[in-house]
Design a protein around this ligand. Sequence first.
Ligand code: RAM
Length: 349
Amino acid sequence: MFGHDRKRKGAGATFAAFAVSAALVLTGCSGGGSGDGGEGGGEGGGDAAITFLPKNLGNPYFDTSNAGGAEAVEEFGGTFSEVGPTEASPTSQVSFIQTAAQQGVGALVVSANDPEAICDALNEARDAGVKVVTFDSDTNPECRDVFINQATAEGIATTQVELIAEQIGGEGQIAILSASANATNQNAWIELMEEELAANHPDIELVETVYGDDDDQTSFDRTAALLQTYPDLKGIISPTTVGIAAAARYLSTSEYQGQVALTGLGTPNQMREYIEDGTVTAFALWNPADLGYLAAYAAQALIAGDITGEEGDTFEAGRLGEYEVGEDGTVLLGDPFVFDADNIDEFDF
Ligand code: RAM
């Protein structure tokens, strides 16, 4: 459905919007916090104090999405801060949620490491009046007000399967290098990738899914182990920006460069050198800055009482325009996007 060709065809307009918004974010994130638990810059908007809580700190993907959030918060005159754990483990976000609730922030914007493990803490925060927006990786729907989804799970899954199928000629063994084992987003995509492989690619065998925990070194080591264990491996899908960058780094100096295909979800800045040296031919993602920007506007709309998260609620999201809340309190950002040697230089995030 979201095939490679289709994405390239629609590329013109999207390229321009994408590149411009990335540039805006780079210059417009002065309200950003530092991840030390303290409140960031920005003035006034006491009610619109919005805390971003990524899966973990130190991931350029979340640096970009949270810069998008800071840009939005600055636009509507709220207060932005960012806090987060160093490890993307199921319960590592709980203490940050509790602290934000004690501080009485207006809203938390969270990418969940586990659909269930942070639910009690989130619901306690909501009981204390904090609005909860999940983005990127959801919790169970009853633990948040709204989920900002980067693209449909089906679209993200199908895009990656189509890319690997194209890159290995439609047959052979592949493996998946994922993030943490409980990540809601990666697990949803993996399930759908398995279905897509079974339905439409009978000659591709998924031999194993391994977990690099969104940690660079762990992902690097898992890649090495996969290549040793499966000498006939033809390709790897890594549906995580941390994993794909680490796997590319491993492949780029190994005997497998150009022999074992690698695709998945990556940021252009992390993947550029591997596109240039031929380790990777194409990968996908969305615009993380827009994702954070939209999440911040949804948080503000909840705080202001403009929306409650009911299906059919609508709100304005600055330069992105109007959005509507869909089924299960989900708001959809857009389509996944494929990057390759022809377009990667147009992006800077
Ligand atoms: C990593 C994280 C994030 C995911 C991206 C694709 O940065 O796991 O949750 O959406 O990859």
